[in-house]
Design a protein around this ligand. Structure first.
Ligand code: HMG
Ligand code: MG
Length: 306
């Protein structure tokens, strides 16, 4: 017998391509190209764009132009431009750059925490306390991102209780939103539901987001599985740009065009114009000199070309 599941009527899509996507490009992407990409994306209707990352330029050289990018973009009313801030040095830079939301990023895996931010989970939370307080004092939104919530490239399995524990720590820091991230794209739909349901015991489900990389081709299925358990915020990257510098072999985020196409088919409102996103995808793919990874984006572009 078919069971009827009620899905959210509306979702928020956070475009992370300019940060999560481009941070992993080997070739330097000049600030003006990032600015043009972000402007094209904001004109498509995203309410939240992850535009910058104030981390060590020795660790992630591609993000070294973040201040220049934040200074050069057109600020569209109603759009929140987010920036990653691992510590107070990052926070100060994000504040000066006019970020509307700062992102503290921890991990549900001890091993990944060491590789990515050079400290343990507990140490990272202690570092984030200052950032969280500063965000509150300055009236900025605070988002917490939890890497390797479904599996880790170094330690393998990540226990549900550990994910829940990091969600609780992020909640206690005062996060407005918490990302449950599949950094290496290993999750499958049933596992996704288990993790999301466990996370929602620690933090209101309306503030949880799904951040899926598409390494094993499961990201869209995982988003659908997340919708079924009530998640209504998702991260995606135009043309599926990206990967993670500290997760070898991991591919980009789920492609924004594919997510928008699926949401439209499900009758779920995103407020985003897919055609403009396809154009933005063509723009960055042309710059990078390769075909984009979005199936829907490529199909729409091919149809247009006749
Ligand atoms: P550290 O070396 O342990 O820190 O790095 P430190 O405090 O000892 O500082 C060392 C040097 O870094 C100093 O410079 C600092 O000034 C500089 P030096 O004196 O050697 O010239 N430094 C900074 N420079 C600019 N901005 C800063 C900053 N902080 C210190 N904010 C740190 C610790 C966290 C900074 C470092 O490990 C780092 O930058 N790591 C990068 C991590 C990263 O960006 N990873 C990718 C993003 S996370 C991600 O993609 C996952 C996500 O998408 C979700 C998912 O999919 O899982 C969010
Ligand atoms: Mg990511």
């Amino acid at each position: 017998m078919l069971t009827q599941t009620t899905l959210p009527k509306q979702v928020k899509i956070v475009e992370v391509g300019p940060r999560d996507g481009l941070q992993n490009e080997k070739e330097n992407v000049p600030a003006e190209v990032k600015i043009e990409l972000i402007n094209r994306l904001s004109s498509a209707g995203f309410r939240n764009i992850e535009a910058a990352s104030f981390v060590s330029p020795k660790w992630v050289p591609q993000m070294a132009t973040s201040a220049e990018v934040m200074a050069g973009i057109e600020r569209r009313a109603g759009v929140i431009y987010s920036a990653l801030t691992p510590n107070m040095q990052g926070f100060d830079a994000a504040l000066a750059a006019g970020a509307g939301e700062v992102v503290i990023f921890g991990s549900a895996s001890e091993a990944f925490s060491q590789k990515n931010i050079n400290c343990s989970i507990a140490e990272s939370v202690a570092r984030f306390e200052g950032v969280a307080k500063a965000a509150r004092d300055h009236g900025l939104r605070l988002r917490g991102s939890i890497s390797c919530a479904f599996g880790c490239p170094y330690q393998g399995e990540v226990p549900l209780d550990t994910v829940a524990d990091v969600v609780a720590r992020m909640r206690d820091l005062g996060c407005d939103e918490i990302d449950i991230a599949d950094t290496i794209g290993v999750a499958t739909p049933r596992k996704t539901q288990l993790v999301m349901q466990r996370a929602s015991q620690e933090f209101a489900i309306g503030g949880l987001s799904g951040h899926f990389h598409d390494t094993y081709g499961q990201a869209l299925a995982n988003i659908y599985a997340s919708l079924e358990v009530g998640i209504a915020i998702f991260h995606s990257s135009v043309t599926g740009l990206g990967g993670c510098p500290y997760a070898k072999g991991a591919t980009g985020n789920v492609a924004t065009e594919d997510v928008l196409y699926m949401m439209a088919g499900l009758g779920i409102d995103t407020g985003i114009d897919l055609d403009i996103v396809v154009d933005a995808g063509q723009f960055i793919s042309q710059f990078l000199g390769r075909k984009g990874a979005s199936r829907a984006g490529n199909a729409i572009a091919a149809k247009r070309a006749g």
